[in-house]
Design a protein around this ligand. Structure first.
Ligand SMILES: O=C(O)c1ccccc1NCC(=O)[C@H](O)[C@H](O)COP(=O)(O)O
Length: 213
């Protein structure tokens, strides 16, 4: 059965990775506004990257960890975004959506089927692994979940699978867990924060082909 697979390339910091995401047809590109991340970009850096995107290109997602309103406003003053990926309690994520009027994807760390949300008031869910012990960030840890846990889950909103995906395992991840959208950062890098255009191309191709499997 054919299923179109959406692809998000996250944690872009440089033109080469961004251009590869555009050329190979990514659906979303993500920019990390979290100072402790090796993929952190300032509002001005994100604006310069976003200015490269063609009309009709990937949608622009900003990642925020427990942000205050001023941090989000500073980014939106510098550039446009199409959506926000938020690491914060649901109520705070809802308040952010109400305040800024943008779709909010709620990042949801899971370890077992019981952790999967049965309901949400947000626009989308990012289903990813919980950070490994010792990590100083809630995402972008190259850490995969057991992909089978989403099998049979009745998701309350569109969802995207994230965490530890690579060009070599993304097809398996889709086959095992039934994701129709996937998100990658570390798995297409040559070093933390540096996207490898060839890996970006391979990842997008592998994810798309998995939809025809
Ligand atoms: O990438 C980061 O450093 C990061 C920091 C803080 C919050 C989120 C972050 N990244 C999120 C993502 O890139 C993805 O949503 C996802 O976690 C994929 O990560 P990876 O396992 O590196 O592919």
């Amino acid at each position: 059965m054919e299923r179109p697979i959406g692809v998000k390339i996250c944690g872009l910091t440089e033109p080469a990775g961004l251009d590869a995401a555009v050329t190979h047809g990514a659906d979303w590109v993500g920019f990390v506004f979290f100072a402790r991340s090796p993929r952190h970009v300032t509002p001005a850096q994100a604006a310069a990257l976003i200015a490269r995107l063609p009309a009709g290109g990937p949608r622009r997602i900003g990642l925020f960890v427990a942000p205050d309103d001023d941090a989000i406003a500073a980014v939106l003053d510098a550039t446009e975004l199409d959506g926000l990926q938020v690491y914060a309690p649901q109520a705070r994520a809802r308040a952010i959506r109400d305040r800024f009027g943008l779709p909010v994807w709620h990042a949801h760390g899971v370890a077992t089927p019981g952790d999967l949300p049965a309901e949400t008031a947000l626009d989308g869910l990012v289903i990813e692994s919980r950070p490994p012990a010792g990590s100083d960030r809630p995402g972008g840890n190259a850490h995969a979940i057991d992909w089978t846990i989403t099998r049979g889950w009745v998701a309350p909103a569109p969802w995207i699978l994230a965490g530890g995906l690579t060009p070599d395992n993304v097809a398996d991840a889709i086959a095992q867990g039934g994701a129709t959208a996937v998100d990658v950062s570390s798995g297409v890098e040559s070093a933390p924060g540096r996207k490898d255009p060839a890996l970006v191309a391979r990842f997008i191709r592998a994810a798309r082909q998995a939809g025809f499997g």
